[in-house]
Design a protein around this ligand. Sequence first.
Ligand code: FMN
Length: 191
Amino acid sequence: MKVNLKPRAMMYPSPAVVASAYDEDGNADCCTLAFATMCSHHPPAIMIAINSTLKRKTLKSILYSKEFCVGFPDISQVSEADYMGIASGYDTDKVKDVGYTTKKAELVNAPVINEFKASVECRTMNVVNIGSHTQITGEIVNIQADEEILNDKNKIDFDLLNPIAWDDVSHSYYSMGEKIADGFKTGLKFK
Ligand SMILES: Cc1cc2nc3c(=O)[nH]c(=O)nc-3n(C[C@H](O)[C@H](O)[C@H](O)COP(=O)(O)O)c2cc1C
């Protein structure tokens, strides 16, 4: 029997990624986001959503600089990622607190967190207020990845990246598990 539940924001799987931007004084802000996903192939783009009612410093910095990065922590970095989602840049330097470092991205004026093995560099294309959150669409103009997570075709290997999944209902982090099938192939048996 199916049961009706109270509406809430939900998506499975949700990521745990870290958005970063420079503030007006050039300080690197960052915060953890579960509201983040792809939204266009051409141009390559992602969208993130940040709570606009709760005064997130990273939101202010992204709206100011119009450029940002999104880094992909791996499962070994879950405590650092969690901290970036608990503390605020209004109170402390989160990157320094966890012993991480930043550098300016290649093609945008936004900080890349060096310790994340993959990061995308984005230019803001569109900003929309949706209820409690501001949704920002960013064109991906560059991707930085550590060589160690690339396969022999020079593409990011999902298993080597080992990204984190987030369950917003239980507030828990998960690893992603095993590959189960080949995409655009396993469904062909129904054709
Ligand atoms: C796993 C996780 C996911 C989060 N996802 C979001 C999100 O998608 N949007 C958002 O506004 N805040 C999200 N947060 C909360 C912010 O990361 C948090 O409020 C952060 O302290 C804001 O920092 P800032 O003031 O330095 O920008 C998340 C926190 C955690 C731990």
